[in-house]
Every structure is written in structure tokens, then in C-alpha cells.
Ligand binder design. Structure first.
Ligand SMILES: Cc1cc2nc3c(=O)[nH]c(=O)nc-3n(C[C@H](O)[C@H](O)[C@H](O)COP(=O)(O)OP(=O)(O)OC[C@H]3O[C@@H](n4cnc5c(N)ncnc54)[C@H](O)[C@@H]3O)c2cc1C
Length: 302
């Protein structure tokens, strides 16, 4: 399919981007890796008159560690960089693991972190990890910048806190908590997809901190693909926090993965089966995260 005709601009600064957005209004679309927007344009689900290519906007690039230990990733960081860059792998291994299972090699080379977040596909892989890492999304508009906690960014299918004249500029991942208390963190992202390189039917990100007593000092679990937007499974977290995880306790906690959630059923799978997958993948992600945190004896026989 061939998209309808459009004009193309390639600005080099955010100020230029804001000027173009103000000039063309609703007719304009930002272009990053193009791996969600271009398929939509080819299907004529999106028909922008003007594309504003962000690829050369200098303020959107860069991978750095800030003085407080937070990792800051420019919006243009590609999925490939997220999964291979040594700094990202060291400071945010969960995010690297997530990026490695996005689409295929071509998608990972072109697609960007900022583009995926702004697009907010309910089955996209990053949002659960960003919730579990308590990340922040930096955005900028003509009136200045603001920082939005990931937990307040994703509202529903393709709906975010981003305003039409705003651009995602970076993602900030805070340093892991509890280093001064001897906590050791383990992370795991598990995704169930029908075929290799598909979007998730269910994706679970788990981050668990083990304290010196062998208890789960902090537990963060988030899911995507289950309902309109990624969410924190707070019932699972509450069930485990402060307790010594055994295989039975983890399995019990995972049963609560969709508590209070309106699980989607669609042409790919029923709501009942998706809920079942959510519980099974939550248990497995928790078991493996706990093991990576140095915990023992929490693997159930499958
Ligand atoms: C075959 C295929 C398989 C895929 N599989 C997966 C998968 O398994 N998991 C997964 O998570 N994703 C998957 N994707 C989607 C992929 O990750 C995209 O790269 C991503 O969703 C969009 O990022 P992009 O940089 O390509 O953005 P684009 O397609 O360029 O833009 C997407 C949207 O975001 C807006 N936008 C882009 N950048 C910004 C910004 N900085 N600020 C504000 N708005 C912005 C654009 O205007 C557009 O509306 C797949 C895509 C394809 C084609």
C-alpha cells in the first residue's frame, strides 16, 4: 500500500520542531523510527499532510548517567541501542532485556524508545518495564519542559499524557533503591506472543529486591497487553513485600495479577485465556527475577 502524499521537513533543533508544529497543527505528525507511523500511513489509518522528521534533532539523542545515578536516554535511542549498549545494560538490565524481544532486527535498528512510548500501543513492550523501574518521561513543548512519572503517562490504547504540541525528549530511570541497605535486585521480562517478533499477548516485567535476611524487600510487577494500558499489579506486590518468597508464595501472589483489571478479549485470544496467561507469566517472571536477585528455592515445577 502507498501512503497519501505528504510534505517532509527535517529540523535540527527542538525550537524548529515547535515552530513547524505550530505552523501545520493537526496536519503534522512527528516521525522517529517510522516503524509504527509508516505502517499506519500505508494502511491510510494515518494521513498526515506533513511529516516532521526528528532524526537530526540534537536534543533528542544521548545516553548518560546523571550525578544521582539515574540513567537518561534520549528519545531517539533505538531499540537496538537499548539492548546492546553497555551503559544501558549495566544500569537498566530490565530495559535491555525488553528491547531485545521487540519485533525483529529491522524493527530494533530503526524503532526508537521515544517513538514507542509516544505511540502507546497497549501491547508494546516498554511500558511495563518503565512502570516497574519507576521511570520518568521527560517531555518538552513551546512553553518549556516537564517530567511525567511513567505511572501517570500511559492512559489507554494510544492515549498518553503528551499534549499535541509536546515532544518526548528523554526517559529517566532512577538508580536502584536500597543499595545502602544491601539490597540486591533481580529483574525479568517475559512475553507471550503467538509468533516470534509479534506484539505481546501478555508481557510481564518483574523487579524484586532481596534484603540481607533473604526477604523480598521491594517488589514491582507490571503488565502490558492485558488491558488498554500497562499497569502495576499492586495486589501481587502487596502479597509478597516483606515476606520470604517460596514457590508456593510466588504462585499465590501471581494469582492476583489481574485483580481489579478489565481484561481484554479480542480476535487473538479470549479474556479468560489472557487472564490465565497473565497469572502464569507473572509467576514465571517473579520466580526468575527472585533467582536473579540471589534468592533460592522459589522455582515451581512446570
Ligand atoms: C513488524 C513490526 C513488529 C513490531 N513488533 C513490536 C513488538 O514486538 N513490541 C513493541 O513494543 N513494538 C513493536 N513494534 C513497534 C516498534 O517498536 C516501533 O518502533 C515503535 O512502536 C514506534 O517507534 P518509532 O520510533 O518507530 O516511531 P514512529 O513510528 O516514527 O512514531 C510513532 C508515533 O509516535 C510519535 N512520535 C515519535 N517520536 C516521538 C517523540 N519523540 N515525541 C512525541 N511523539 C513522537 C509519532 O508522531 C507517531 O505518532 C513493531 C513494529 C513493526 C513494524
Amino acid at each position: 500500500m502507498i501512503p497519501s502524499a505528504f510534505a517532509y521537513h527535517r529540523p535540527e533543533s527542538l525550537d524548529e520542531v515547535f515552530r513547524l508544529l505550530a505552523q501545520y497543527g493537526d496536519g503534522a505528525k512527528l516521525l522517529a523510527g517510522g516503524h509504527s507511523l509508516l505502517p499506519a500511513m500505508k494502511l491510510r489509518l494515518a494521513q498526515p499532510q506533513v511529516l516532521i522528521d526528528l532524526g537530526r534533532v540534537r536534543e533528542l539523542s544521548g545516553i548518560s548517567v546523571e550525578p544521582d545515578g539515574a540513567l537518561r536516554l534520549g528519545a531517539l535511542t533505538t531499540h537496538h541501542q537499548v539492548t546492546t549498549d553497555a551503559t544501558i545494560r549495566r544500569h537498566a538490565p530490565l530495559l535491555s532485556e525488553v528491547a531485545g524481544v521487540i519485533g525483529d532486527m529491522q524493527v530494533r535498528y530503526r524503532g526508537t524508545l521515544g517513538g514507542s512510548i509516544a505511540h502507546a500501543d497497549p501491547a508494546a513492550d516498554y511500558p511495563a518495564a518503565l512502570l516497574a523501574l519507576e521511570a520518568e518521561i521527560e517531555v518538552a513543548g513551546p512553553g518549556g519542559g516537564r517530567t511525567i512519572p511513567a505511572g501517570e503517562f500511559f492512559f489507554g490504547p494510544f492515549i498518553t499524557a503528551l499534549q499535541p504540541d509536546e515532544v518526548v525528549t528523554a526517559v529517566r530511570i532512577p538508580a536502584a533503591a536500597g543499595g545502602d541497605r544491601g539490597w540486591s535486585w533481580g529483574y525479568r521480562y517475559l512475553k507471550m506472543a503467538r509468533r516470534a517478533s509479534d506484539f505481546a499477548l501478555v508481557g510481564v516485567a518483574a523487579a524484586v529486591a532481596r534484603d540481607g535476611e533473604g526477604a523480598a524487600a521491594a517488589v514491582r510487577v507490571a503488565l502490558n497487553g492485558v488491558t488498554g494500558a500497562a499497569y502495576r499489579a499492586s495486589a501481587v506486590e502487596e502479597h509478597l513485600t516483606g515476606r520470604v518468597p517460596t514457590a508456593e508464595l510466588l504462585a499465590e501472589a501471581a494469582q492476583r495479577a489481574v485483580e481489579g483489571v478489565d481484561v481484554d478479549g479480542d480476535a487473538l485470544t479470549s479474556a479468560e485465556y489472557r487472564a490465565h496467561l497473565a497469572r502464569v507469566y507473572t509467576r514465571r517472571a517473579l520466580e526468575e527475577a527472585w533467582q536473579r536477585a540471589g534468592g533460592e528455592g522459589a522455582m515451581a515445577a512446570d
